[in-house]
Design a protein around this ligand. Structure first.
Ligand code: GLN
Ligand code: ZN
Length: 795
């Protein structure tokens, strides 16, 4: 039977925290670590680089090294974990190959410095690397759909030759089988693989990725054949791209791919899985008319229309994998409601044709609630991490087949109703304030140019003002102080004194460097994230001890859980910002994280729409902004690093999201005086398609990443978009230790001046400096200021 039994699994989840695990059949399914897509391109002439070592061998040596170092890195560790993401993908050694094959692309090839750890690993990694190669440009790393999980984007061209490089899928199938677990191997399907790639540089416009479909299928055939030989009875193809907007031509390619694979797949049960949204109606039609497919998997949590599609038509005899347990969140399932959905579905697809499933991979949720020692029991009763979700899936499947665990179901119902009625969740005042927001668009009364004039009168800044994004380097002293304070070895007074000293140092340094608008350096935040810093001071937030979710490579995040109405009991940053301002006559930026970013980086409640939670956070930040203003802070930066991340997967839903996201940002600052200058900061440069929303945020100044993007950012202004607010496209890449020469920065500024008016241009680095050392920051900022002064003198 396809119903689920799960007993051995909780154990393996604990052991393999980042192996995607989901349960679909009589035992369990191990899945490929997602973005390690199955095949990689090898292109460029084989001779272009002769390698003095065997890359496979080197891969292993590096791995050994990493495993030795991993435990010291302070992340969830375990050799198995690293092994899993370390399959080596290699076809032929060529220049491009090196960028592709590396088993741990994060080690060398990921943008360095996104956190200290990556760099430390990079050091280990670069040692056996011939000089020069370490500076090969990184391949693009991008988010897996709208998750916080990343993959390296394959670059494809017409001459690509695919080869079957990694036998990971087969090896892991065999490994599990040897342990007595029959799994469904999961492959990223050929259609999604190609569409998640990108055309190689220079042929972006002229090359169709799907033209490679015929070339890639033979590799899939090889894998399938090997899996069959190894004894697999099922195979799952993930085709999440199907939830995006697709045209008829693309759908044709999809049908072509699976029709071509049909004969190789015969004898296997084939599951095509989609997730993260519902499949558009046309796509659904194409999908369910495929031949040779045994079953289809759908996300019934985020796919709100899928149920209707299935009710409309579902091919007789096929199996439906019903994703009713949310793989993207940490909330306990409403079992009663899921059970009734499942019963309705069973009525449509037939008995024995329904499989209970998670809505998506469990990679995007935390691992096991059992590891949470600090959450109280009430909150815990509302939650389900990966291990608990599997138990839920199992309980639902059993209930469906007439073996309902009444005790489990009633405990679940009790938890659901306690969550609904808990005063910790609902705060009437917050609800009222959020409802009251609806009548207004929250726009500042004066337009941006007039505001900039008013601010200039007050701030009296030179043309091309210089600033930084917020954080300054972490020092050993600072780390010690924080450690000692955490361990109660020093008193709060001593801690405050030490942080004050650090702020003072940062202020002194910026004055010496002659920077115009200062920052306090964020020493009180370093060692955690702003998200945690705020979350701990806001009501409605909870923090886990071990709720790690993989972001990429060895990098994990621990998203806060927003479980209740959000409010701000007392000021959060005013204390430190006021101290910082008191140390200088220059303007000191207040530093906050915006509501959209807080929302997008958290596990968000599922009992109200996302925008409502966002509005609540916006109200809390608004209070903070206004308190900062009252305390005499006249420049306030509200970072919205993750605004773009929340973009829905389908174009038709973008406008709605952008509208409430941008509105939330405006709520935070529409109440300040004209003379208070609102900055925002964004850590990415691909905002060309959302430029109108960015303008609609109506910030006075935006600082934005720019230096790694071949000035993609500037092209939007070159094409005529009018931007009246202040803008500071980063003049150098803080992700690298390299110190940018003055001339280079000056050159960049000149390029910007070619498209932007000098009276709106700011000069600043790409992002915060927390991952750098003072020995890098001082000379780099010296050159930044020198370049700004040089250009000022030429204007
Ligand atoms: N103010 C933050 C810093 O400088 C910004 C970080 C971010 O944008 N992610 O570190
Ligand atoms: Zn940034």
């Amino acid at each position: 039977s396809l119903r689920i039994s799960v007993c051995s699994l909780a154990l393996s989840i604990k052991r393999l925290p980042f192996l995607r695990i989901s349960l679909r059949t009589s035992s369990c399914i191990t899945e490929l670590w997602h973005p390690t897509l199955l095949v990689i391109p090898a292109w460029g002439p084989r001779e272009s680089l002769s390698l003095p070592w065997n890359p496979f061998g080197m891969g292993r040596a590096v791995l050994r090294n990493c495993r030795r170092f991993l435990p010291s890195l302070g992340q969830p560790s375990g050799s198995r974990w690293l092994m899993l993401e370390s399959s080596i993908f290699l076809a032929t050694p060529s220049h491009t190959m090196i960028r592709c094959w590396t088993p741990q692309p994060c080690l060398v090839l990921f943008p360095l410095g996104m956190d200290g750890m990556v760099e430390r690993l990079a050091l280990i990694y670069t040692s056996p690397w011939p000089r020069g190669n370490a500076s090969l440009p990184a391949m693009e790393m991008t988010k897996w759909f709208d998750t916080n999980y990343h993959y390296i984007v394959p670059e494809l061209g017409p001459d690509v030759n695919f080869s079957y490089a990694s036998h990971k899928a087969v090896d892991e199938y065999k490994e599990a089988k040897a342990l007595g677990i029959d799994t469904i191997p999961v492959l990223v399907g050929p259609f999604s693989y190609l569409l998640l790639s990108k055309p190689a540089k220079g042929i972006e416009k002229s090359f169709s990725l799907l033209s490679l479909i015929g070339k890639i299928l033979p590799i899939y055939r090889e894998v399938v054949t090997e899996l069959k030989a190894a004894g697999a009875s099922w195979i799952q193809f993930d085709e999440p791209t199907l939830v995006k907007d697709l045209d008829a031509h693309q759908l044709q390619a999809f049908t072509y791919a699976y029709t071509e694979l049909e004969s190789s797949l015969s004898g296997l049960n084939v599951l095509i899985e989609t997730y993260f949204a519902d499949v558009p109606a046309d796509t659904y039609k194409t999908l369910v008319s495929l031949k040779g497919v045994t079953g289809y998997g759908f996300d019934l949590v985020r796919g709100t229309k899928t149920l209707d599609l299935i009710k409309g038509v579902f091919p007789p005899g096929k199996i439906l994998f019903a994703g009713v347990v949310d793989g993207r969140n940490i909330w306990a399932n409403n079992l009663a409601s899921s059970l009734s959905t499942l019963q309705a579905l069973e009525g449509i697809v037939g008995k024995d044709k329904l499989v209970v499933s998670t809505s998506s991979s469990l990679l995007h949720t935390a691992v096991d609630l059992v590891n949470e020692t600090k959450l109280d029991n009430e909150i815990k009763s509302w939650l389900a991490f990966a291990a608990q979700k599997i138990v839920e899936v199992n309980a639902l499947a059993k209930a469906l087949s007439g073996h309902k665990d009444e005790a489990f179901f009633s405990a679940n119902a009790a938890a659901q109703s306690s969550r609904k009625s808990s005063p910790r969740v609902t705060n009437d005042a917050v609800q009222k304030a959020a409802t009251a927001l609806k009548g207004s668009a929250h726009r500042r009364a004066t337009n941006v140019s007039a505001r900039l004039d008013a601010q200039q009168k007050k701030l009296n800044l030179p043309i091309l003002p210089t600033t930084t994004i917020g954080s300054f380097p972490q020092t050993a002293d600072l780390r010690r102080v924080r450690r000692e304070f955490k361990a109660n070895k020093i008193s709060e007074e001593e801690y405050v004194k030490a942080i004050k000293e650090e702020i003072n140092k940062v202020v002194q340094l910026q004055e010496e460097l002659d920077i115009d608008v200062l920052v306090h350096g964020e020493p009180e935040v370093r060692g955690m994230t702003w998200l945690k810093y705020f979350g701990e001071q806001l009501s409605g937030f909870a923090f886990t001890v071990n709720g790690w979710v993989q972001s990429y490579g060895s990098r994990c995040v621990k998203p806060p859980i927003i479980y209740g109405d959000v409010s701000r009991p007392k000021p959060m940053t005013v204390f430190w910002s006021s101290i910082a301002q008191s140390l200088t006559k220059r303007p000191m930026k207040g530093m906050l994280t915006g509501p959209v970013t807080i929302l997008n980086w958290s596990f968000v409640r599922d009992d109200q729409p996302r925008f409502e939670t966002c509005y609540q956070i916006a109200l809390a930040i608004k209070d903070e902004v206004e308190d900062l203003e009252k305390a005499g802070i006249s420049v306030i930066q509200i970072d919205e690093a993750a605004l773009r991340e929340g973009l829905p997967l389908r174009k038709s839903e973008e406008a709605f999201y952008l509208n409430w996201a941008v509105h939330s940002f405006r709520i935070t600052n529409s109440g300040v005086q004209d003379t208070t200058q609102i900055h925002t900061h964004m850590c990415y440069s691909n905002f060309n398609d959302i430029i109108h929303s960015i303008i609609d945020m109506d910030a006075d100044v935006i600082t934005i990443e720019n230096s790694r993007s071949d000035e993609k950012l500037l092209s939007v202004f070159r094409e005529g978009v009018k931007y009246g607010a202040g803008i500071g496209p980063g003049v150098y890449d803080i992700h690298s230790p390299r110190i940018p020469p003055t001339e280079e920065i000056a050159d960049r500024i000149n390029k910007m001046l070619a498209v932007l008016e000098s009276n709106i241009l700011w000069v600043n680095p790409d992002c915060g400096l927390k991952t750098r050392k003072y020995t890098e920051v001082k000379p780099a900022l010296t050159n930044v200021v020198a370049a700004a002064k040089l250009i000022r003198s030429q204007l």
